[in-house]
Write a protein that binds this ligand. Structure first.
Ligand SMILES: Nc1nc2c(c(=O)[nH]1)N[C@H]1C(S)=C(S)[C@@H](COP(=O)(O)O)O[C@H]1N2
Ligand SMILES: [Mo]
Length: 387
């Protein structure tokens, strides 16, 4: 498949309300197979979903799904006839699978949120280095493909296997830089949920989201969701490669939370996601008429569990009321919520939304902090003006 240029689209700008001041970014349609996305970096691309997209559907359209790559050498086309996925290492037989071989395996399907560990990093206070994302480094899609377990079973995992390491077709720009790879524990890899996807929302994956194959690790941050997956290696010892051992680690403290400047904590690999929720139809600064009934709606997800309830406050967190939930597309999906409310007092009012997961985790009231700016999941606040 070769890339075709996206249709011409006028560039506009967006203001992201970061703590250190607003960031003006270009909204571009210049990337292949992609529509309007917020441009943070061109090479390698960092493209963010404009937040209003999340108000239209719980499924994030492929052409507005965010994009994140670590290294700039990304194939601009993949030949579907010669493409092969290798499965090797601590297995009975090495496999070299064509896309037709993959398509011949039993089909699996799952709706799941793909969220960057650093989603919302731009709101960390004090600020931390790294991609300055607003809240759009996430998306929800129906993924179709095969179970990783089925592929590993065909190769025959030998006794003593510890981890499985995944690598894609992208490459670092300098030869001694570490190729992007991630590993999962062998039991996780064989849990019957981790998938190798060839389709997203019923279409083949956009190249920038990993065509022709990507790993889906439901409930875990997308650093593990290796794109353009071409190599699977079963390891009989722990992976000591940079991207698993050193990068993408969080403090081994409750919620990955430390005080700014704190030292002396242990680091562990980031893993499962935490519950989050957002208002999608009301923006900071929107005007409301006193005493008039209005509707708030948005999305929530439970992290690595489903959404049990969503509560809404229109008075800065004093009173909370339970919102009505939309269709359940499975525990790893966005879930829509909505509620009717009235604002009884003039002036500034703070709207808040809070998700409780089906495993009983609740979003917290105070933002967490860690030096990498990972795992933000505080209850978000939207101040509106009542007149
Ligand atoms: N091959 C490859 N896969 C990758 C990455 C990468 O740099 N190379 N980045 C990971 C990270 S950190 C994120 S956030 C997601 C982004 O997925 P998306 O671009 O489809 O939204 O891809 C993951 N998979
Ligand atoms: Mo990421």
């Amino acid at each position: 498949m070769a890339l075709v240029a996206a249709p011409a689209m006028a560039d506009t700008t967006v203001d992201l309300p970061f703590v250190g001041g607003q960031a003006k970014r270009l909204v571009t349609g210049a990337f292949p197979q992609k529509g309007a996305l917020i441009l943070q970096r061109t090479r390698p691309p960092l493209l963010e979903t404009p937040f209003d997209v999340f108000d239209h559907s719980v499924f994030t359209p492929n052409d507005q799904f965010f994009v994140r790559w670590h290294w700039a050498i990304i194939p601009t086309e993949v030949d579907v006839a010669s493409f092969r996925l290798t499965v090797r290492g601590h297995v009975n037989q090495t496999l070299t699978l064509s896309l037709n071989d993959i398509l011949a395996l039993p089909q699996a399907e799952l709706v799941a949120v793909n969220q960057c560990s650093g989603n919302s990093r731009g709101y960390f206070q004090p600020p931390v280095p790294g991609a300055q994302w607003s809240n759009g480094a996430m998306g929800n899609a129906r993924w179709t493909g095969v179970l990783l377990k089925d592929v590993l079973d065909r190769a025959g995992v030998k006794a003593g296997a510890i981890q499985v390491r995944f690598s894609g077709m992208d490459e670092p720009v300098v030869p001694d830089a570490p190729d992007y790879m991630k590993s999962l524990a062998i039991d996780h890899a064989r849990d019957g949920e981790v998938m190798i996807a060839y389709a997203m929302n019923g279409q083949q994956l956009p190249l920038l989201n990993g065509f022709p194959l990507r790993l889906i690790v439901p409930g875990w941050y997308s650093t593990y969701w290796v794109k353009m997956l071409s190599d699977i290696e079963v390891l009989d010892q722990l992976d000591t490669q940079f991207w698993t051992k050193t990068a993408y680690t969080i403090p081994d403290t409750p919620g990955g939370n430390v005080r700014p400047g704190e030292t002396g904590f242990n680091l562990v690999p980031i893993s499962r996601m935490l519950p989050r929720s957002f208002i999608t139809n009301i923006k900071e600064g929107d005007a409301f008429e006193i005493g008039t009934s209005a509707v708030a709606r948005g999305i929530a997800f439970g992290g690595d569990a489903g959404v049990s309830r969503v509560d809404f406050s229109s008075d800065g967190g004093t009173d909370w009321r339970e919102a009505e939930l939309g269709t359940d597309h499975g525990k790893y999906s966005f879930r829509q919520w909505q509620i009717r409310f009235t604002l009884p007092a003039r002036g500034k009012q703070v709207l808040m939304v809070r998700c409780t997961s089906s495993s009983g985790e609740v979003q917290g009231d105070t933002p967490i902090w860690n030096p990498s700016g990972f795992m933000r999941n505080v209850i978000e606040r939207t101040a509106v003006v009542v007149a």
